[in-house]
Write a protein that binds this ligand. Structure first.
Ligand SMILES: Cc1ncc(C[n+]2csc(CCOP(=O)(O)OP(=O)(O)O)c2C)c(N)n1
Length: 640
């Protein structure tokens, strides 16, 4: 029997010998590899924190002590050790364990996450709550060297030092964000990481000097001199200056060394402590150690099998940026730490000076773009929908208020799948369409994405283009790009009984739905709306006056989305007697699961759309006469 199978909660770890702990670490790694390869997820990050997580749970007393993981993507080992082992095979599956920390999942997750750089703020809140209530538990924030470069983390560090509250920050330093961590802080950290020799030398000097007569006095003097020098050259001093007691660097794969440092931090009552732990991302699995970028987040086995012949939206996006950058030296691109996810690395390869990875800093990315735009550059900010939420004020205040020509390429819009509630891109149409000056668009396929990007670069105004995760539709890609008139949609299918107005990724299933409806005797017009703002009011009002049954379809929450803009347009234009049905996502956080499962659950696939359209037509079995020609024999697609 595996040792892992005997760990039902963290206290079971405390009895294990050093040898058993090593064996356990091996078993955990095996479990991670098996489950993550099958389900997809963050493999390398978790392989890197096996020993750290074991040590944390041996030294601290969770759930009384609060262990707060930043991002939460590296919490799989924590899950395995905190009573979730038996459900681990359901990781990231529909109805299964979340791939992030989640308060409703376990009392061992004191804070839910998915977005980066929140742990120190949340942990500080807990520490202050503890102090105010006269309690005595410990609070530990574990943050990566990528996440610590995020603005929120730096803001939190500033307040931790100011308050001086008893809080432990563990830096899990592996030199990597998803790609190598960028910025001067990363450089400082790497100095320490690669300079463990400094500490060994220091230790040897101390031992040597203290064995001599007057040696300890000499040691003290040498330390004072060194302290001056160290302030100049040693990056570790940064943390001391910020108000922490610094410990490290600690070998993050040596459980004993980790336990000693964490115990010291746990029992230190005077100041916040900063424990600098050096780990290897992907540790113990050679392919992941060799390519931590690829193994940061792996796809489920099933997705790998379906040969990737159709390019993803992200790939088409990046190819188009390359094309635009070749044509216009003023086109630049910005990514907050996702050059692989949004494929901009191919542009970096050709234009290293014109692509900026700014780190996990979405707010800064947007305002940095605004600055570039004031000087005549055309910045394309490539950002995932969920992470753009962070930078809403920057979009409003720094870009749109000044009507600066920044292009927002919003990847992973709509339902993203297994990453779940923290990552769904289901709000952007709502929070973007409320902003004056901003053009908000979504292509019906990857070819239109190219043309919208071209349009955005030429538009001289801020423009957002949202597109989904995964492959395009496999349509042919035009080699010549052209502008699309701003605010103009297109009728992609004629019909007289009902008009389905769909935006972005919903156009294709709306067309399929129209086909299904046709086989039931209903002729649906389908409109590729293309612009959620400005709306094509001429087209929409004409259709609504003419057809009298309108269905809007969007992969976005209904509140504040395209459907609600359309209803308000019809109201303001005095269009009456037109039935409108809005299809979209309800007022809830969309859970995790395969895109196809979730689209079907929320009626955002062809079948679901057709079903919702049918609700506008009287049921054939009811007595009400059908006003639409030839509709008497309509078979409903749903068993109502
Ligand atoms: C606000 C935000 N932006 C981007 C991401 C995407 N993301 C997830 S993990 C990660 C890298 C984190 O690096 P680090 O903190 O060093 O952790 P590691 O995986 O290296 O252990 C990024 C950029 C995110 N989760 N949240």
């Amino acid at each position: 029997m595996r040792l892992l199978d005997k760990i039902d909660n963290p206290s079971d770890l405390k009895e294990l010998t050093t040898e058993e702990l090593k064996r356990l670490a091996g078993e955990i790694r095996q479990e991670l590899i098996t489950t993550v390869t099958a389900n997809g997820g963050h493999l390398a990050s978790n392989l890197g924190v096996v020993e750290l997580t074991i040590a944390l749970h041996r030294v601290f007393d969770s759930p009384r002590d609060k262990i707060v993981w930043d991002v939460g993507h590296q919490s799989y080992v924590h899950k395995l050790l905190t009573g979730r082992r038996q459900r681990f095979a359901s990781l990231r599956q529909y109805g299964g364990l979340s791939g992030y920390t989640c308060r409703s999942e376990s009392e061992h997750d004191p804070f839910g996450a998915g977005h980066a750089s929140t742990s120190i703020s949340a942990a500080l809140g807990m520490a202050i709550a503890r102090d105010l209530s006269g309690d005595d538990y410990r609070v530990v924030a574990i943050i990566g060297d990528g996440a610590i470069t995020g603005g929120m983390a730096l803001e939190a560090l500033n307040q931790v030092g100011h308050l001086g509250s008893r809080l432990i920050v563990v830096l899990n330093d592996n030199g990597m964000s998803i790609s190598p961590t960028v910025g001067v802080l990363a450089k400082l950290l790497s100095k320490v990481r690669f300079d463990r020799r400094y500490y060994q030398t220091k230790e040897e000097a101390r031992r040597m000097l203290t064995t001599l007569p007057l040696g300890s006095k000499l040691w003290q003097v040498s330390q004072q001199v060194k302290a001056g020098l160290k302030g100049l050259v040693m990056p570790t001093m940064l943390w001391e200056e910020l108000g922490f007691t610094y410990m490290g660097p600690i070998d993050g794969h040596n459980i004993r060394e980790l336990e000693i440092a964490l115990t010291q931090a746990r029992d230190y009552y005077f100041k916040p402590t900063f424990v600098h732990v050096v780990t290897t991302k992907g540790k113990g699995y050679l392919p992941a150690e060799g390519d931590a970028v690829y193994f940061h987040g792996v796809s489920p086995k099933s997705e790998n099998i379906s040969a990737k012949v159709i390019p993803t939206y992200s790939e088409v996006f990046a190819q188009t940026v390359l094309h635009l950058a070749r044509d216009n030296p003023r086109v630049v691109a910005i990514t907050p730490a996702m050059p692989e996810g949004n494929c901009l690395s191919i542009v970096t390869a050709e234009f290293p000076q014109r692509v900026f990875d700014v780190g996990i800093c979405e707010e800064h990315a947007v305002t940095f773009a605004a600055g570039l735009a004031t000087q005549g550059f055309i910045p394309i900010v490539a950002i995932y929908s969920t992470f753009l939420q962070r930078a809403l004020d920057q979009v409003i205040h720094d870009v749109c208020l000044q009507d600066l020509p920044v292009v927002f390429a919003i990847d992973r819009s709509g339902i993203v799948g297994e990453d779940g509630k923290t990552h769904q891109g289901t709000f952007d149409l709502s929070y973007l369409t409320l902003i004056p000056n901003l053009i908000v668009s979504a292509p019906k396929d990857e070819n239109e994405l190219q043309h919208l990007l071209y349009t955005a670069v030429k538009s001289s105004h801020p423009m957002a283009i949202r597109y989904p995760r995964n492959s395009g539709l496999g349509v042919e890609l035009d080699t010549e790009l052209h502008s699309i008139p701003i605010g103009k949609g297109e009728i992609v299918r004629q019909g007289e009984d009902v008009a389905i107005l769909a935006i972005g990724a919903m156009v294709a299933p709306a067309l399929e739905a129209a086909q299904e409806l046709a086989s039931n005797g209903i002729e649906a017009a389908v409109v590729n709306v293309r612009f959620a703002k400005p709306l094509d009011s001429e087209l929409i009002i004409n259709l609504a006056n003419h057809i009298k049954r309108v269905v809007t379809v969007e992969e976005n929450v209904l509140s504040g989305g395209f459907g609600s803009s359309l209803i308000s347009l019809l109201q303001q234009s005095g269009v009456s007697n037109t039935q409108v049905k809005s299809v979209g996502l309800p007022d809830e956080f969309v859970e995790q699961g395969a895109q196809s499962i979730l689209r079907s659950k929320y009626g955002l696939d062809a079948k679901g759309i057709a079903q919702q359209v049918l609700t506008l037509f009287p049921h054939p079995d009811s007595n009400s006469s059908l006003k639409v020609k030839n509709k008497v024999g309509v078979t409903p697609l749903i068993d109502t």
